[in-house]
Design a binder for this molecule. Structure first.
Ligand SMILES: Cc1cc2nc3c(=O)[nH]c(=O)nc-3n(C[C@H](O)[C@H](O)[C@H](O)COP(=O)(O)OP(=O)(O)OC[C@H]3O[C@@H](n4cnc5c(N)ncnc54)[C@H](O)[C@@H]3O)c2cc1C
Length: 292
């Protein structure tokens, strides 16, 4: 049985939601959990980059040469019920998780439907919206520890998942997880999904490629601030550098309006950080993961 596919010289535009142009010499697509373990077992000497849907990354290089191995998990996407919990492979999309939960009358996952990432990517940064995050629903996570080259099971304790952060080791690769089955009402869940979608379509830019919120919400004097309000006050709404724009519709997002280059995006990030630092003495931390 074939457990993974290997391709060479792959355009990455389709694999990052900002749709920046970049290439990778070597890309693996594991087809299942075993496939991901096999790929990890045979690539010890390479710099391994794990990508789910690429909805929270910024590709820094125009080409990733042979020393890099990209591993794209989106084809390992099984979701099933086992021992009364939802068991997901790392590449399952959050949207399919939410629809699976609706079909099985399980409440709690409606918040995830419109977040365009995978379960693996969501676990690594504890993705969520409003008061809901993926971490709340986790029973266990199987990871491949690339330091020890072994598979281990993590049963997260209180405090393991915090705001847009999880206490995995930087060498842990998520393989699969077991999520809570709370039971519930399918139509009520469906209603919640549609409400979230409506709200998000109203507020967020959907007309241009983007990778969600650029910066984490900062705190000042113990109070959470809204990033978009800081940018608004700095007069940055709609600011363009090359093909990158601080979204006019929602200035918490950078959108790719016209073949933006990596440099355009980095320059805009720098301008945003500098302006907010100068005006409010607030440091903005990137939510995106930069693929160096
Ligand atoms: C329009 C839009 C709206 C969004 N809304 C939200 C929102 O409401 N809330 C929110 O939290 N986020 C939001 N995001 C951001 C993003 O969708 C989430 O962070 C998502 O969880 C990222 O998943 P991914 O599979 O795309 O990860 P990627 O972008 O592919 O990867 C992100 C990081 O996770 C690592 N990673 C991915 N898979 C694995 C794995 N299996 N094991 C180990 N590391 C892994 C990558 O190496 C990288 O460091 C939004 C993005 C967009 C484009």
């Amino acid at each position: 049985m074939q457990n993974s596919i290997k391709l060479n010289d792959v355009p990455l535009k389709k694999y990052n939601t900002l749709q920046l142009e970049s290439y990778a010499n070597v890309v693996y697509f594991p087809l299942n959990k075993q496939g991901l373990i096999e790929v990890l077992n045979t690539t010890h000497n390479s710099k391994r980059i794990i990508i789910g849907k690429g909805s929270n990354i910024l590709l820094k290089k125009e080409r990733y040469e042979d020393e890099y191995v990209f591993i794209i998990t989106s084809l390992m996407d099984d979701i099933h019920i086992e021992n009364d919990e939802i068991v997901c492979e790392a590449g399952a999309s959050l949207s399919s998780l939410a629809w699976f939960a609706i079909e099985h009358s399980i409440e709690g996952y409606a918040f995830a439907e419109d977040i365009p990432g995978t379960v693996g990517g969501a676990l690594i940064m504890n993705a969520g919206q409003y008061e809901f995050t993926i971490g709340q629903y986790v029973n266990w996570v199987d990871v491949y520890d690339t330091e020890l080259n072994e598979v281990k099971r993590i049963n997260p304790e209180e405090g393991f998942f915090t705001y847009r952060h999880a206490k995995f080791k930087s060498t842990d690769i998520v393989l699969s997880c077991g999520l809570k089955n709370m039971g519930g009402d399918d139509l009520e869940n469906l209603e919640k999904v549609l409400n979230y979608k409506r709200e998000r379509y109203r507020k967020q830019p959907r007309n241009y490629p983007n990778a969600g919120s650029v910066f984490k919400r900062p705190k000042k004097d113990g109070e959470w601030l809204f990033v978009w309000k800081l940018f608004e006050a700095c007069g940055l709404r709609g600011k363009r550098i090359g093909g990158a724009e601080l979204s006019f519709k929602h200035p918490g997002f950078i959108v790719n309006v016209n073949h933006a280059s990596t440099k355009d995006v980095f320059d805009l990030i720098e301008l945003c950080q500098k302006s907010v630092k100068d005006m409010f003495d607030v440091d903005l931390e990137l939510e995106w993961k930069v693929i160096e």
